[in-house]
Ligand binder design. Structure first.
Ligand SMILES: [Zn+2]
Length: 604
């Protein structure tokens, strides 16, 4: 990993940072034995095969093979350079990077990204200052207060005000040395086509910063103060703002999400803020677009239970129905909250108060099935026989998708009771639908329970590896943990591992201990630049091996490694011997047979 940061500083960062904390910011980890497990952020999965070792400060995914230490984790998940990862981690543990003043750590790979982040950060502070401390901001502050925004809320969500001028933001940015052409690309200002001058995108608006999932400001949402169009104006998508991957408020909500093991999903940032005022602090929002698979996966990595709290108008209910299926596919357990028709969370809270929102909206949310039943009923006249039949068929289809027989039975009974239809008739009808769906592979519930297969396959594959291959892996796994074993292996095997990558890893480990270092897989990983090698080393480090290996076992493994090439040679000679016999060359065949016996003696 090429870098301009001194080795000692890198080590200091690695020692101070806890990999479990860092990874927990991205996925929900659960402790199991010595290690932590969670859903891998690098490949799609519904059962956890991503493991993190707090002792060794490394991670490894048994599904896709991703692995490494805290630096490689950050580089892979943020798609950033080593310098950026180091800068982020250093900041977390309050270590000053010596290079900071001359070269921004972000300048290595992506100078324009870094400038965009910096401009957003400064502008966010500037807008907030204008709202809180200036005369121009008083009207906006009053407006916010009238709508129930307390000082605490304004500070927590870093709300600001963009005054009613054309150039306050562009002058602010220009004064601080930003390139205005770049700032237009960042979506903060707009270039006038007619004369090439720049003007502010946001004017006379209450400004809501939008953050990435780590809490960096990447965009703004602006709400008009009184009348005017559009009511809400958001930053356009830019290099740093990708709507489909962003969940508003995630970094703020994360501690509460962890505590409650639940996410409340809203439609927009105003709802998240309103709900926060009502004491609901685990809320996040998609940003004015329907929920994407990527967002659903991010949610699932943070918690399994999700309550959707969308507007209760027709558009909102349709959107909730869509979001529910996206979330279910991502492996979430979904509930849907209910408000009187035509309300959004903000209206509701202002009309009925905080307590009612907590108790009657969030607290009594519907199970997904109950919501679907209500959804299917919308706009239908169930007195009409045709509509009733259509309705029952749709409900039966939903019932067929339920994974548990007990649940299916419960809803069938409810349906039977409500419409006085024979339960047997419903059951047989439902079975027909179930078979049809299964044929069309429409039942995702089917796949849901079959996820272990993948892990099983991996385990099976590993078991089939030849003995010498396993022996090499086990030896390397021991070497990573012990200098003594490394010395023994070096004396007896040296660079004669049969698998090339194993030789490469052995060389790293020999070198590491020769420099007088104590065993530390994380530190060894730090020296390995090759991604493929890193993956294997992290996997070996996570192998469940018996640390107290006897000398006998050890020499047994070493023998397996050293004997393999001899076996290959014996096989070659055996083929030669067969060939000689075919040619009726008895003398050569006899000589070869003798050679084989000698070689076999050698194997012991
Ligand atoms: Zn993975």
């Amino acid at each position: 990993m090429g870098n301009r940061i001194p080795e000692e500083t890198i080590e200091e960062i690695r020692n101070k940072v806890d990999i479990v904390d860092v990874i927990s910011e991205y996925i929900q980890l659960k402790k199991q034995g010595r290690n932590y497990f969670g859903l891998c952020p690098f490949h799609g999965e519904k059962t956890p095969s991503f493991s993190v070792s707090a002792d060794k400060q490394i991670y490894h995914c048994f599904g896709c093979g991703a692995g490494g230490n805290v630096f490689s984790f950050l580089m892979n998940i943020e798609n950033c350079s080593f310098m950026e990862a180091a800068a982020t981690l250093a900041e977390k543990v309050h270590i000053n990077l010596p290079i900071q003043n001359e070269v921004s750590p972000f300048s290595e790979k992506s100078p324009d990204y870094a400038e965009m982040f910096r401009a957003h950060d400064l502008l966010q502070k500037f807008y907030h200052h204008l709202l809180v401390n200036t005369k121009e901001g008083t009207v906006a502050t009053k407006y916010l207060q009238q709508r129930g925004f307390t000082e605490e809320v304004i500070n927590r969500f870093k709300i600001g005000y963009a005054p009613n001028t054309w150039d306050v933001a562009s002058r602010f940015l220009e004064k601080r040395g930003f390139n205005l052409h770049e700032m237009a690309k960042a979506g903060l200002i707009v270039r006038k086509d007619s004369d090439g001058t720049y003007f502010d995108r946001f004017r006379d608006r209450i400004m809501f910063p939008i953050w990435d999932n780590q809490g960096r400001t990447i965009a703004f949402g602006g709400r008009i103060l009184y009348e005017g169009e559009p009511k809400y104006l958001n930053s356009p998508e830019t290099k740093i703002f990708n709507k489909s991957k962003t969940l508003y408020g995630l970094h703020l909500a994360r501690p509460e999400i962890r505590k409650k093991q639940q996410v409340i999903l809203f439609e927009g940032y105003v709802d998240v803020i309103a709900a926060h005022r009502a004491g609901v602090e685990n809320g996040v929002a998609s940003l004015g677009t329907s929920l994407t698979d990527e967002q659903a996966n991010i949610i699932r990595r943070n918690a399994e239970n999700v309550t959707i709290c969308y507007d209760s108008d027709s558009a909102g209910i349709n959107a909730a129905y869509r979001a529910a299926s996206v979330l279910t596919n991502a492996g979430c357990t979904v509930r849907v909250s209910k408000m009187p028709e035509g309300f959004d969370p903000d209206d509701y809270i202002r009309t009925y108060g905080y307590e009612s929102f907590q108790n009657n909206v969030i607290g009594t949310s519907l199970t997904l099935m109950a919501f679907k039943i209500e959804f299917l009923r919308r706009g239908k006249n169930l007195q009409d026989e045709g509509e009733l039949v259509a309705y029952i068929e749709e409900v039966l289809k939903e019932i067929s998708l339920l994974p548990k027989a007990v649940e299916r039975d419960r809803y069938l009974r409810a349906l039977s009771e409500e419409f006085s239809i024979s339960l047997d008739a419903l059951k047989s009808e439902q079975y027909q639908i179930y078979r049809k769906l299964r044929k069309n592979k429409d039942i995702s519930a089917f796949n849901r329970n079959n996820n272990n297969n993948y892990t099983k396959k991996i385990v099976a594959k590993k078991k089939l590896l030849p003995a010498y291959y396993n022996a090499e892996r086990i030896l390397l796994a021991h070497m990573l943990r012990s200098e003594d074993i490394t010395i023994k292996v070096k004396e007896q095997i040296g660079c004669s591992f049969n698998i090339d990558v194993h030789n490469a890893i052995a060389l790293f480990v020999y070198g590491y201990f020769e420099e007088g270092n104590a065993p530390d897989v994380g530190a060894i990983l730090q020296r390995i630049e090759d991604e493929q090698l890193r993956r294997i080393v992290s996997e070996l480090a996570m192998l469940n091996i018996n640390i107290n290996i006897s000398d006998e076992e050890l020499s047994d493994y070493i023998k397996q490694v050293l004997n393999y090439p001899k076996w290959l040679k014996i096989k070659d000679i055996e083929t030669e011997k067969l060939e000689a016999l075919k040619q009726q060359d008895i003398i050569t065949a006899a000589q070869l047979a003798k050679k084989i016996i000698e070689l076999k003696k050698n194997l012991k």
